[in-house]
Design a protein around this ligand. Structure first.
Ligand code: NAD
Length: 450
């Protein structure tokens, strides 16, 4: 390089590095305005790029020549014009397995959330190691035993253990890591994967809101909210309802309805109910009790609140208008506590949701088509269900996965196959139709033909 005599143009810095944050903020502001989502905007920008390439073809080719001494015809064929060079040909996408994959799972649906991704990995042709959660030891050891009996141990293995064992696994090079759990460990997994450029799917959690309009069928709404909260592992579910938003004037009606259906489902003393799961362990029990006992929260309980440490049980509990900066509104609840937040107008709920990290699921109960459409357009979440909770998970034609803080990548049905496959692009050519314009020397005659 020392002897290189070509004079190169240098990039003239036009970017003040101290303004990087300003730049991102400006872009975020534009994005938040909704401008980039409209069909018209997207088409106009793409058409402008096409026009730019047409009109500035000469300048582009000149710049490529300055940077790389790229011959004009080669630049035209490879960077400016959509190439005719592949005619005649056929092409196909070949799905190939990624290789040896690691599935790290969680405790709340310990069988389903372990086996479901393993099935996807096998369907796509991978070898797979499953690390179930140590917090559900009975299921973890059953999975080890059953998979040992039923499947090919040379390609499908279970490793039981906790942090030490998972850390040792994460030091290895995998071809894919599929992780279900919290965002804190998700970051550890992603950092470990980055060392080997291993792709990840992160199935995380978050605070899933349910917005309730005043025009709903109240009885059905209450039942479906309860089904998506307490009848779903007693609130210990990643897509369970975390908090409700409704209008000030409708809140009391909703609370009365939830109270009456809760009594219908779990009896007058829910602590004795056989239809409620318990809290998984003392650590989680104490975490939930701390959320409930925070000073600014404890006097906001309008229903429930009973707890029994010896049974690891907390009754279905409803709180009204806790402060937004309370712990219970800051962290994922993952338990039987349900804050109801009130707003003046239902539309204000969108801002409240959008002030928080993107949730794994968002729910809306409403009979108003305009509100439904606004909700779907303006709320970014892993998935949405209108007038129900949780059931979006059961539709195999729908992908299941998060966005932003609630995760990346998705699975279920054919999306599971895709999550564990590489889509290989393959082009088939025959020896016929070998266009000479493609090859040097790029004579004026050839240039004229283009
Ligand atoms: P977690 O992140 O604590 O643990 C998940 C897995 O990571 C476990 O197998 C555990 O052994 C392992 N692990 C824990 N600490 C580790 C560390 N320091 N290094 C390496 N591995 C470690 O999560 P959890 O308590 O099992 O589950 C609760 C979270 O999972 C909630 O946030 C919930 O929303 C989320 N979740 C998401 C889904 C989904 O499908 N998106 C499903 C269920 C639960």
């Amino acid at each position: 390089c020392a002897t290189l005599s070509i004079t190169m143009e240098e990039v003239k810095p036009t970017f003040d590095v101290d303004k990087a944050a300003v730049l991102v903020n400006e872009m975020r502001k534009t994005f938040s305005s909704g401008k980039t989502k409209s069909y018209e905007w997207r088409m106009s920008q793409l058409e402008s790029i096409s026009k730019m390439i047409d009109e500035k073809e000469k300048e582009i080719i000149e710049a490529l020549h300055k940077d790389l001494s790229k011959p004009e015809l080669e630049a035209f064929l490879s960077e400016v014009e959509t190439s005719m060079a592949t005619y005649p040909s056929s092409a196909e996408i070949v799905s190939e397995p990624l290789g040896v994959v690691l599935v790290i799972s969680t405790w709340n649906f310990p069988f389903l959330l372990s086996l479901d991704p393993v099935i996807g990995a096998i369907a796509a042709g991978n070898a797979v190691v499953l690390k179930p959660s140590e917090i559900a030891p009975a299921t973890s050891s059953l999975l080890t035993k059953l998979l040992g009996e039923y499947v090919d141990e040379s390609a499908i293995r279970v490793v039981e253990g906790a942090v030490r064992e998972t850390s040792a696994l994460l030091e290895q090079k995998w071809d894919k890591i599929f992780f279900t759990g919290g965002a804190r460990v998700g970051r550890i997994v992603m950092a470990a994967a980055a060392k080997h450029l291993t792709p990840v799917t992160l199935e995380l959690g978050g605070k899933c809101p349910a917005v309730v309009d005043s025009n709903v069928n109240l009885q059905v709404t209450a039942k479906r909210i309860i089904a998506g909260k307490w009848a779903c592992n007693n609130g210990q579910a990643c897509i369970g309802v975390d908090y409700i938003i409704t209008t000030k004037e409708f809140a009391q009606k909703l609370i009365d309805s939830l109270r009456s259906v809760l009594e219908e489902f779990f009896g007058k003393d829910p602590m004795e109910s056989k239809d409620l799961s318990r809290i998984v362990n003392s650590f989680q029990f104490m975490r939930l009790v701390n959320l409930l006992d925070e000073d600014k929260v404890s006097d906001k309980i309008v229903f429930g609140g009973q707890r029994d440490e010896s049974q690891l049980q907390i009754a279905p509990t409803i709180l009204l208008d806790v402060p937004e900066d309370s712990l219970i509104m800051q962290e994922e609840i993952f338990g039987p506590l349900l804050p109801i937040m009130t707003v003046e107008k239902l539309e204000d709920s969108l801002d409240m949701i959008n002030r928080k990290p993107k949730p794994l699921a968002a729910y809306l109960f409403s009979d108003d088509e305009q509100i439904k459409s606004k909700f779907v357009q303006n709320i970014s979440a892993g998935g949405i269900a209108i007038n129900d909770t949780v059931l979006q998970l059961t539709v195999s034609g729908l992908p299941f996965g998060g966005v932003g803080e609630s995760g990346m990548g998705s699975y279920h049905g054919e999306f599971s196959f895709d999550a564990f496959s590489h889509k290989k692009a393959v082009l088939y050519r025959s020896f016929a139709g070998d266009a000479p314009t493609r090859y040097p020397p790029y004579t004026p005659g050839k240039q004229k033909q283009m």
